[in-house]
Design a protein around this ligand. Structure first.
Ligand SMILES: Nc1ncnc2c1ncn2[C@@H]1O[C@H](COP(=O)(O)OP(=O)(O)OP(=O)(O)O)[C@@H](O)[C@H]1O
Length: 369
């Protein structure tokens, strides 16, 4: 086929529209403003996780994207085409979107195979069967092809629901806590498989979770939500290493918090002087220190001027050990904080032992209160 030079240039330079784009979504349940101006886009082949605590509005965003909740305000586009907003409202079954929702149940009167094949309308019979078998094998459920949903555990039903959503190779997949019914070992395997399936299929995925580790495992980008709004969006590395506030920092694992006040561009604390760039004199602040930012060494006389802690408890958690300490400011007896350190491997100093502490500044943050 002949393309004019101009068309060819346009084809080369025109970026593909997002597979899914939500713009300024607002949603009320009666007087509750559940979603307050959420905008996100997911590129083809990208996995974006909405991460936030219970009640922050993330499921509502996903339900609106799916069409399970009518859009009240905003616009939704699929590959650049408006499917909801401005008087348009395409019903869920015509959006070409794969859904795995807690309440989007399997069809009770169909067996597992037929549930999975259901969405493959228009496929030749042999291809439907082959594709259904293929996705059931991917989620480890091909032995149950002829079982009915009521004969399966919650976790097994969830795997079938995943297979059903992925079978038609949709452009966009919406997942709401898709692994919540699975035990830890199965969850690790299934989510690993789902990630590979999504990446191989090129489907864009918007996933909701309250579990930061799950979000970091799955996501190319994460949008953290609080009270109906997105408070920070970025790659997992950006969110972990440059959180915008203590809420985001603490969402990526338990943190130590130390209250203080900025003096001369820094905050003096029992664990040392922490730089507080860009914050005004006398600003009350919270210093956030990840437990993995704290490294420990047995105490020695050479460390007399360094911050030191007295161990209260030490527990092995598997790959890491968690050490609870009281840290007292050098040269003072009545200014101390309780601090947790997470150290690799088995490191279990006995209660009462003195340890020298060092803090990794890259994992220590100062936020104005
Ligand atoms: N059908 C409904 N009717 C009334 N209020 C609702 C409804 N669904 C959700 N809400 C309210 O809207 C807010 C957001 O709920 P949503 O389920 O979207 O949050 P979430 O972040 O997904 O929480 P969870 O992780 O617990 O599912 C909450 O305050 C919730 O109580």
């Amino acid at each position: 086929m002949y393309l004019s030079a101009m068309t060819a240039t346009a084809l080369k330079t025109e970026p593909a529209p997002p597979a899914l784009q939500l713009e300024e979504i607002r949603h009320r349940y009666g007087r509750v403003l559940a979603v307050d101006g959420v905008s996100v886009s997911v590129a083809p082949g990208e996995v974006l996780c909405l991460l936030g605590p219970s009640g922050c509005g993330k499921t509502t965003v996903l339900r609106i994207a799916a069409g399970l909740e009518p859009l009240q305000e905003g616009t939704i586009r699929l590959s650049g085409v408006t499917i909801a907003g401005g008087g348009v409202e395409v019903p869920p079954e015509r959006r070409g979107v794969g859904l795995v929702f807690q309440d989007y149940a399997l069809f009770p009167h169909l067996d597992v195979l037929d549930n999975v094949a259901f969405g493959l309308t228009g496929w030749p019979a042999a291809d439907r069967r082959a594709r259904a078998d293929e996705v059931l094998a991917l989620v480890g459920m091909n032995d149950y092809a002829h079982a009915f949903p009521h004969e399966l555990s919650g976790g097994q039903q969830q795997r079938v629901a995943l297979a059903r959503a992925l079978a038609p190779r949709p452009r966009v997949v919406l997942l709401d806590e898709p692994y919540s019914g699975l035990d830890a070992r199965l969850r690790d395997r299934v989510r690993d498989e789902v990630l590979h399936i999504l990446k191989a299929s090129g489907s864009a995925c918007l996933m909701v979770t309250h579990d930061s580790e799950e979000a970091m495992f799955m996501a190319d980008r994460i949008a953290v939500m609080r009270d109906g709004r997105i408070v920070q969006e970025g790659t997992p590395v950006e969110l972990y290493c440059e959180p915008v506030d203590a809420f985001v920092a603490s969402f990526f694992g338990e943190v130590n918090r130390i209250e203080g006040v900025v003096h001369g561009g820094a905050v003096e604390t029992p664990i040392g002087i922490i730089p507080a760039r860009g914050l005004q004199e006398d600003t009350p602040v919270t210093v956030v220190v990840r437990p993995e930012a704290v490294s420990l060494q047995p105490w020695g006389p050479a460390y007399a001027d360094d911050p030191g802690g007295v161990v209260e408890q030490a527990r092995l958690l598997g790959r890491t050990s968690l050490v609870h300490m009281t840290v007292t400011a050098p040269g003072q007896t009545d200014w101390s904080v309780h601090l947790h350190a997470r150290v690799p491997g088995v490191y279990l100093p006995r209660p009462g032992a003195r340890v020298r502490i060092q803090i990794d500044p890259a994992q220590t943050f100062v936020f104005a209160d």
